[in-house]
Write a protein that binds this ligand. Structure first.
Ligand code: EPZ
Length: 418
């Protein structure tokens, strides 16, 4: 298992090119199953999760070719309507094959994903949505069996809790349903909008894209899709946070500023200077004494839960009392104890972390627990005196392409050791 050796090398400076978004390419890969033919996806990031999703699709009979940053997915000969536990347990997003398979073939069997590092991750909203479209759901031996006689039937369904994954799964299923489907309390994360646009390119009929109510007019069949993956807004935010914690000046390029949502406001509120263009954002914190902040995560365009660990590391480096409340995952705080090992002063109360920032961070051996917690530990290591050794960084490889290489280009001392 690889580890990172991180040591401070002063403020990060320079520019970094953002890769395609993990959370956008995964549902689009599943969407390719809805057609018979070869779909193309461009600007694909080379990530472990993308390879896992490719393995899940191959198990069903899809043929996948990877070249440079492109994927071609041939879903003409899907012949095994199952996603096995061995794969689904390693990546929850494998569950995205459920909607497409039951919509196209009338049945499928997908392993329940189980929990993750920070706690249970239910899928009840996915199942309720499919039942609303006429699927019969049976859970046995850790697998979800979904069956429907003939085609799924369009219906109106309101998500009791807004869910990215459930919105994606039911949206994909509804594209082939008989009649129209109204999905209320959907989410408008850029990755959902990108999926809806890719499905539209395949011939799906979707109204209300970019709003919380999606209206899908089912069609009999979809054509192969062709589109490029949007830039990863969380990778972009992570590099902006790296600039802030090292009091540096970094320009992230090849990204969509509008997709940063409330994040840019947050950086401005703590005192960073933010400038931006069509496809870039620059954060300048050089020589600045930043201010504490109180952050609450919300669905897009609110502050993203996938950035709360990284911002917690930044707030630990800022004198004063800050807080981070996660309303999406009230228990997503595995990084707190590891940040404390680096000298951060953080107390947890239910879904809120109180950070008393300003005491100097000092390097120590720590352990990555999940993707964004690992990123937070790297950021803290960049600001800590002495060396920080972060073990189990396979978590990072799931969602950050060449993270150490990109950081090194900005002047960071990050070495991967096996
Ligand atoms: C997606 O996960 C992202 N993953 C997550 O990013 C992200 O943190 C999350 O959305 C929230 O924005 C991908 O896109 C692959 P949810 P997802 O369904 O879809 C509850 C990362 O770091 N819920 O929006 O699994 C759930 O417990 C990852 O890149 C149910 O109760 O998240 C949570 O409290 C981590 N029942 C809330 O909804 C369900 O059936 C939001 O979860 C589904 C979800």
């Amino acid at each position: 298992m690889d580890s990172f050796l991180v040591s401070s090398n002063g403020p990060l400076k320079g520019s970094v090119k953002i890769s395609g978004a993990k959370n956008a390419v995964l549902p689009v890969m599943a969407a390719a199953m809805l057609t018979d033919g070869v779909s193309r996806i461009g600007n694909v990031p080379h990530l472990k999760d993308m390879r896992t999703m490719a393995d899940v699709l191959r198990v069903t009979g899809c043929r996948i070719k990877e070249s440079e940053n492109e994927l071609s997915i041939d879903s003409s000969d899907i012949n095994h309507l199952e996603a096995p536990y061995e794969l689904v347990k390693t990546m929850r997003a494998s569950f995205y094959v459920l909607g497409p398979l039951v919509a196209k073939f009338g049945r499928c069997r997908v392993s329940l994903p189980g929990g993750c590092a920070w706690g249970p991750r239910p899928v009840d909203l996915h199942l309720k949505g499919l039942e609303a479209l006429g699927a019969k759901i049976n859970i046995t031996h850790g697998y979800v069996e979904a069956i429907c006689d003939g085609r799924l039937k369009g219906n109106t369904f309101s998500f009791p809790i807004s869910s990215v994954g459930a919105t994606a799964n039911i949206l994909m299923a509804a594209t082939l349903a008989e009649g129209s489907t109204v999905l209320q309390n959907s989410l408008i994360e850029p990755e959902i909008t990108a999926l809806a646009e890719y499905l539209t390119d395949m011939g799906a009929k979707i109204d209300g894209i970019g709003t919380r109510t999606l209206i899908v007019h089912g069609v009999e069949k979809l054509n192969p899709g062709n589109g490029d993956t949007i830039a990863d807004r969380i990778e972009a935010g992570t590099f902006l946070a790296a600039a802030a914690i090292t009091r540096g000046k970094v320009k992230v390029t090849n990204m969509v500023p509008a997709h940063q949502g409330a994040l840019l406001e947050c950086f401005k509120n703590i005192g960073c200077k933010i400038s931006q263009g069509d496809d870039w954002v620059e954060l300048d914190a050089e020589g600045m004494s930043l201010s504490p902040a109180h952050i609450t995560t919300l669905p897009y365009p609110g502050f993203p839960t996938d950035m709360q660990a990284q911002l917690m590391a930044v707030l630990a480096s800022i004198k004063g009392t800050s807080s981070v409340r996660d309303t999406i995952y009230s228990d997503r705080f595995k990084h707190v104890s590891e940040l404390e090992r680096l000298g951060a002063d953080i107390s947890l109360k239910e879904d809120t972390a109180i950070i008393t920032g300003g005491s100097p961070l000092s390097g120590a051996p720590v352990m990555a627990s999940d993707l964004r917690a690992s990123a937070a530990l790297v950021l803290a290591g960049l600001a800590a005196s002495g060396q920080t050794k972060i073990s189990r960084i396979y978590h990072l490889d799931r969602g950050y392409e060449n993270f150490e290489g990109k950081l090194a280009l900005l002047g960071a001392n990050v070495e991967r050791v096996s």
